[in-house]
Structures are given as structure tokens and as C-alpha cells.
Design a protein around this ligand. Sequence first.
Ligand SMILES: [Zn+2]
Length: 243
Amino acid sequence: MYPFTREKLKDWAGQDALRRAEMLVDHGRVRGLKSLPRRLEGLIEARPRDIVCAVAFPKESGLPDNQCPCRDNREMGLFCHHAVALCLEQLNIQEDPVRLKKLMEERKRAERIASTSEEDYLTRVPAGTPGSIAIRLCLRFPEEIRTLWWGESIPVQIQVEHQGQRAHIHEVRSDLKVSLPQQEDNLLFVLEDIAEGPVPNELELSRADLANVLELMSGMRVWFERTRAGSRRNRCPPRWCWD
Ligand SMILES: [Zn+2]
């Protein structure tokens, strides 16, 4: 628990800074708050550049130690609205479990991004970018999907197609710039979210994820791995394909 309330923040910073801090919080400009013992850290989205702000609460003084790099603090020694915004965000999180959950997800995502290399992702650019190649995203499902549906997860092969040739997604060279149709680009973002990082060649989908993915694939071709002899092509809708 931190040694402040909204009233206390108003005493320390004044009505004007409190109001500006409330605006930052209301507009979602406080990112990745870290609630450390007797210390808050976070990023304030600001113009012309973001501010990495911190404020500590030393036990002895009972007063906040503002470590914000902004001019209000450095040159005028004010308890600036950035520091107040961190405090308000903390109060909101304490009072609102949904906000806390969102923060935890944001932190997890930031850690994930920090631990993966950009090279593990496809270098995606808008269609028509000079030097880029247009590819398609292909998801290949196991043929026995109906029985697997009741299992823990369903393995899906993630492939890309270029000029009629298909390859696993990690076979695409990291120095190539590629473009995907918008729907497939969105789908790839969702798959990266499910994978919590770059999409592997084979991704295990839970039933809920699979339902979500199939919905996003509306109108796209669905490929199945052929695992048994014989073609069942005629029994399927025309956009469902086997090799
Ligand atoms: Zn500041």
C-alpha cells in the first residue's frame, strides 16, 4: 500500500497538476506501471516524446521523491502531473481488478517482446512496397480434426504460399520483405498473440482459439493434411482442399 490518497495528491501537486494527471490516466497515456515497494515507475505517453517517470516514497520523510526527468520537476522542483498520473493509475488498479488484469497482460506482452528477436517474425510491409513479395498465409489442419476437436488442443501447420509453392513459415528468409492480404495479416497477428511470440511452424490451438481462428478465416481456403489414402474431396465444400 502506498502513502497517498487522491486528497494527498492534490495537497502535494495542486489542483491543476491533479487535473492534468487525471486527463493522462483517462486517455490511457500511462503505460506499463510497475508497482515496486515504496516506488512507482511507468511510461507516460507525451509529445514530443514519451517520458519514463518514477516516484519513490521514502519511509523517513513521508514526502514523495519525484524522479521524473521533466522540466517541471528538474527545474522547478514541482510534484509534476506525470508523477501524479502514476499515483492515480496505482489507485485505479487497487480499486479495479479488470485494470489490474490488463496491466498484467501488458507486462507479459512487454516481457515477451523483449525476449524475442525481430528476426523471428516475418518482415511484413504494405502490399506494393518496392522490393517486397506478395505471399499468402495457409493453415493446414489435421484431417482427423473432428476427433481431435474433443482433445486438449489441435495442431495446426502454419505455412505460406508464394507462386503456388508452399513452405513452413520459418522457411521464409528473415531479410525478405513480404506482404499479405489484410485478412491474413490480421489472422497472423492473432496467431502471434496465441503463440505469445513469433508463430512456430506448428501451433497448438485450444478449442476456443480454433473457433476464433476459423471465424477470422471466413472466406479463406482451409487445407487439411492427408493422413489416410483416398480422396474425400467430393464430400466437402469447394474451398476446403486436400493435397
Ligand atoms: Zn514530470
